[in-house]
Design a protein around this ligand. Structure first.
Ligand code: DX5
Ligand code: ZN
Length: 235
């Protein structure tokens, strides 16, 4: 799945920017930053509530905020399809994931650049989405860090061995030159901000990214003899 990040869109025209990718995107990625967990400050609950009415795209809310226990359920109630909070911001990810699922949304856990994923492998069954940052969270337009794909490989092996229903999402620096590496490592959900909204035609940029992702998944599956089940090729 391709999830354009509206962090790179024109904030004065978010409804139009969402509509621009509707024909091609799977999810719309919404970066919520609070100026505490990360230095940047972006958007919050009222904007998500308004976006929900402006587009049928499922909203993938990525909460880069302190104290997610206080705020995350509000995003579920606002109609988010998936709510991802950061491992570094919570002491009890299982409790919050259960609360999110009970509130009727999907629960995601995000792992920032400097956080190892090993301690979280045991709780993957509690999650719908694991988001592996491929940059340091906080700003769009940063350079992709390929060494962080080792975490994706580890989680993919673990998910496969345990037959887990888990989306493995990558976020940061994903574009035409990096998407194949992320897919080969085992990512099935790809966030792209600059690569989509920096393009003259955002929907066409999504289609090109999807083409590269599908090609990489097909090549990887052929190489390993494995099934392509992890990749949604529905479009
Ligand atoms: C950054 C955000 C990302 C950001 C990615 O912390 O989580 O979602 O929008 O932007 P690009 O694709 O430009 O790296
Ligand atoms: Zn994000």
């Amino acid at each position: 799945m391709i999830a354009p990040s509206i962090l790179a869109a024109n904030f004065a025209a978010l409804a139009d920017e969402a509509r621009a990718v509707e024909p091609a995107a799977d999810w719309l990625h919404v970066d919520v930053m609070d100026n505490h967990f990360v230095p940047n400050l972006t958007i919050g609950l009222p904007v998500v509530t308004s976006l929900r009415k402006a587009t049928p795209l499922p909203l993938d809310c990525h909460l880069m905020i302190e104290d997610p226990e206080r705020w995350a359920i509000g995003y579920a109630e606002a109609g988010a399809h998936n709510v991802t909070f950061h491992a570094e911001a919570t002491g009890d990810p299982v409790a919050l994931a259960r609360d999110l699922r009970a509130a009727g949304t999907r629960a995601g856990l995000a792992i920032d650049r400097d956080t190892p994923v090993g301690p979280y492998l045991d709780i993957l069954p509690e999650l719908d989405t694991l988001l592996i940052m491929t940059i340091k969270a906080g700003l769009g337009g940063q350079r992709f860090l390929p060494e962080l794909l080792e975490k994706v490989r580890l989680v993919r092996r673990h998910a496969r061995a345990g037959h887990l229903e888990l989306r493995i999402e990558v976020d940061g620096g994903i574009g035409e030159d990096t998407i194949a590496a992320a897919v080969e490592a085992g990512a099935d959900t790809l966030v792209a901000g600059t690569a989509v909204y920096g393009a003259a035609d955002p929907a066409e940029a999504v289609r090109r990214l999807r083409g590269l992702a599908v090609a990489a998944a097909t090549a990887a599956a052929a190489a390993t003899g494995a099934a392509t089940a992890a990749v949604d090729t529905g479009r």
